[in-house]
Design a protein around this ligand. Structure first.
Ligand code: PMP
Length: 405
């Protein structure tokens, strides 16, 4: 039994009103709200435990170090990493991918090598690879998608060759909710000896993730999209790669020994964690994972899949609705356009009704170009999304239709 009333009770912000109307929060793909247990853990550290980690001999420093390393264990266990050392804390997906693009690029890539991405990537999984290609004189190859928003895997496979250094693919499209067959893509890429990065920003909040089962080489995700504080997230990498890769940032904590002549680096994962990390947000990430596991990842997935189906069904009844992304495997978000109404106008009118949706290109401009549109309206879901939220959205969109026609 999915106890949604109990889940909602744990999110203080859901009691807020907007323009005097109850908040209907359907912007979870951008960021999720935080449960009381995560807010409490942050507060508790600042009020009772705070001290910089790793470097101290004193009590509070050791307490925070233990909490931080415990959070790493929680992340590693949650994604079934072989070892805690394969989890590098970052500020989120963007930083994780930039880290990888630099460290992987400097270690393994040469002129004329190629990186393969897809048409549906978020800018965070495009631009760092473009920057690498510019630095090294490499080529970015882009796998096509079908009109229904599914990835053309045969086209992706046709791009793989001896020059391909890495395949970078979103697990779930942040715009269309398309779930990509990443396990199959990884297996195919590995048959050519090519490693794969999975951008799990949109899948980690919604699905059971097992990096060993997927056999991905790298995975990036953001804490703030999975009920954890801003400034938390991680790059998972197989130790065999991470051990070989040069570090990204230089500074404190990532070193073994520093002299002016030469510096040697710390072991994993510290080699990639220069400076003071956001250890409090990392602890919050660990607590958010516990929160999701208490509900159960399978239960979350089932609930949200039902919400996606319900949304498509109910919105689909409104004349003039066009969905952007109608993949068979569809999770977590629904994008649409209403006749000729600009997405921004739809979003503005919905906002006045207390309904928070995101409009625009969703940091996926090449995908917008692929569909010949400037943006969409996106409703995206979380553990606390109810059918009543969707009913409010549908009523709101129908009102927009009447106002604008
Ligand atoms: N990739 C995808 C698929 C995303 O949805 C997002 C966030 N919208 C990102 C990467 C970037 O995440 P962040 O801004 O948290 O670094």
């Amino acid at each position: 039994m999915y106890d949604i009333a109990n889940i909602r009770n744990q999110f203080p912000i859901l009691n807020e009103t907007v323009y005097g109307k109850p908040l209907v929060y359907l912007d979870n793909g951008a960021t999720t709200q935080k449960p009381q247990c995560v807010l409490d853990v942050i507060n508790d550290i600042y009020m009772h435990k705070n001290a910089n980690i790793h470097r101290g001999v004193h009590h509070l420093s050791n307490v925070c170090t233990d909490l931080f390393e415990q959070a790493r264990k929680t992340v590693a266990r949650h994604i079934n990493a072989l070892s805690d050392a394969e989890v590098i804390f970052t500020r989120g997906t963007t930083e994780a991918i930039n880290l990888l693009a630099f460290s992987f690029g400097e270690t393994y890539c040469r002129k004329d090598d190629e990186i393969v991405i897809t048409t549906m990537e978020h800018h965070a999984n495009i631009v760092p690879w473009q920057m690498l290609c510019e630095r090294k004189g490499m080529k970015l190859r882009v796998a096509e998608i079908f009109d229904n928003g599914e990835l053309n895997t045969e086209h992706l496979y046709s791009l793989l060759n001896e020059r391909t250094k890495l395949v970078c693919v979103a697990h779930i499209s942040n715009v269309m909710g398309t779930v990509n067959p990443v396990k199959q893509i990884i297996s195919k890429a590995h048959s050519y000896g090519i490693p794969v990065l999975v951008d799990a920003a949109q899948s980690m909040p919604h699905k059971t993730i097992d990096v060993q089962d997927l056999d991905c080489d790298f995975m990036a995700f953001s804490g703030h999209k999975m009920y954890a504080p801003n400034g938390s997230g991680a790059l998972y990498g197989k130790a065999k790669w991470l051990n070989e890769m040069v570090p990204y940032h230089g500074g404190g904590e990532m070193i073994d020994k520093v002299t002016f002549e030469k510096t040697t680096y710390n072991q994993l994962p510290f080699k990639f964690e220069a400076g003071t990390p956001d250890y409090i947000s990392a602890v919050g990430l660990g607590r958010a994972i516990d929160f999701m596991e208490e509900i159960g990842m399978a239960a979350i997935e089932e609930h949200e899949d039902e919400i996606v189906k319900y949304t498509i069904n109910q919105l689909g009844g409104i004349p003039g609705i066009r969905f952007i992304g109608e993949a068979k495997e569809h999770s977590s978000a629904v994008s649409f356009l209403l006749g000729n109404v600009h997405p921004y106008d739809t979003g503005m009118i919905l906002d006045k009704m207390g309904i928070a949706v995101r409009t625009g290109h969703h940091c996926a401009q090449p995908l917008m170009d692929r569909f010949g549109i400037s943006g969409t309206v996106r409703a995206s879901f979380g553990v606390y999304t109810t059918k009543e939220d969707i009913d409010a959205l549908v009523k709101g969109v129908d009102r927009v239709r009447m106002m604008m026609s």
